[in-house]
Design a protein around this ligand. Structure first.
Ligand code: UT7
Length: 308
């Protein structure tokens, strides 16, 4: 069966950096509290979801050596679209000049991994080149007087180009899940601000990452011991370390970038993936586990055999 493999990646973050100390000047919080409870030190803020997506998408296309006109489908994972209608993917399609279809995918912070699984399905259905982007501007739906959320969020985008392969592709196993009865735990109404029950999300998140990761690994015929690099959604460093330690994945085998980016929702996994590539922590043949969770609640894991 034909599959797909990643052939290029790119990221984009706004220039403006906001440190914990900056936030502590206007909110009842401190660098010490934020660092200890979340692992975040700073985040990038600014821009629009489409601007960041276009910049990350262009970088990924350049790295893959693929021209926009060769793209069959553009998938934009975002929970912070520029507008309700049209889909932000339309703006991104126009900005990049991609051929083929363009669609938004909203599975909150799980969006990029949902998109990764969907992209492999599109390749199986005959698409030869897919541009998958996770892009967010959570800062635009954040109440900057609400210290619970203001300290967590960041803006950014990450993208990958996937190209169909003749033989089996990179995706070895996957698992997608949703429980809409928990949608009240994290939501934003039209024109409103993000609201979150942090404690409850935290509790569900650790369990979701562990169970979803184990299911995806089992479907791939693998165990956590086989994982060379675990790239989880970056929502809280304590969630990452709790899940990794319960999976038995040691510190040298997982990626943490929340210190520099904060929680960038569906952009967090491609930002962390790019960081792992750029810091030479990923090698051809490595088993890579991606796992995300977020509003909905949704969760998603994908096991890849790294091919770059
Ligand atoms: O992307 C997916 C969705 N989001 C998540 O996965 C987020 C999951 N949840 C979390 O990351 C954590 O629950 C938070 C970081 C949001 C909060 O951390 P926590 O350890 O659960 O703190 P808490 O809400 O239990 O609050 C502990 C204390 C409270 O004071 P008291 O009652 O002990 O006196 C809070 O009022 O910390 C206080 N507090 C703060 N203090 C300084 C809450 N927020 C802050 C703050 N700065 N920003």
């Amino acid at each position: 069966m034909p599959g797909a493999r990643i052939t290029g990646w790119g990221i984009a973050v706004p220039d403006k950096v906001v440190t914990n100390t900056d936030l502590s000047l206007r909110l009842d919080t401190s660098d010490e509290w934020i660092t200890e409870r979340t692992g975040i030190k700073e985040r990038h803020i600014g821009g629009t979801t489409s601007e960041l997506a276009i910049a990350a998408g262009r970088a990924a296309l350049d790295r893959a050596g693929v021209s926009p006109g060769e793209i069959d489908v553009l998938v934009l994972a975002t929970t912070t679209p520029d507008a309700i209608v049209p889909g932000t993917s339309a703006t991104v399609q126009d900005g990049l000049g991609t051929a083929g279809g363009a669609m938004d995918l909203n599975a909150a912070c799980s969006g990029f991994v949902y998109g990764m699984v969907a992209a492999h399905g599109l390749a199986l259905a005959g698409a030869s080149k897919i541009l998958l982007i996770g892009s967010e501007t959570l800062s635009r739906i954040t109440d900057w007087d609400d210290r619970t959320l203001a300290i967590l969020v960041g803006d950014g985008a990450g993208a990958v180009v996937l190209e169909a392969t003749d033989g089996p592709g990179e995706l070895l196993g996957w698992h997608l899940g949703a429980d809409g009865s928990l949608r009240h735990l994290l939501h934003c109404e039209h024109g409103g601000h993000l609201w979150m029950n942090g404690k409850e999300i935290f509790r569900h998140a650790v369990r979701a990452v562990i169970e979803s990761s184990l299911t995806a690994l089992e479907r791939a015929g693998l165990s956590p011991d086989d994982v060379d690099m675990f790239i989880p959604h970056q929502a809280n460093a304590r969630i990452i370390t709790a899940a990794a330690s319960r999976l038995g994945i040691s510190e040298d085998r997982y990626v943490v970038t929340i210190d520099r980016y904060g929680n960038t929702s569906s952009a967090s996994i491609p930002l962390a993936l790019a960081h792992a590539i750029e810091s030479d922590r990923l090698h051809r043949g490595d088993i890579v586990l991606l796992s995300g969770f977020g509003g909905g609640m949704t969760w998603a894991s994908a096991v890849l055999r790294w091919g770059l």
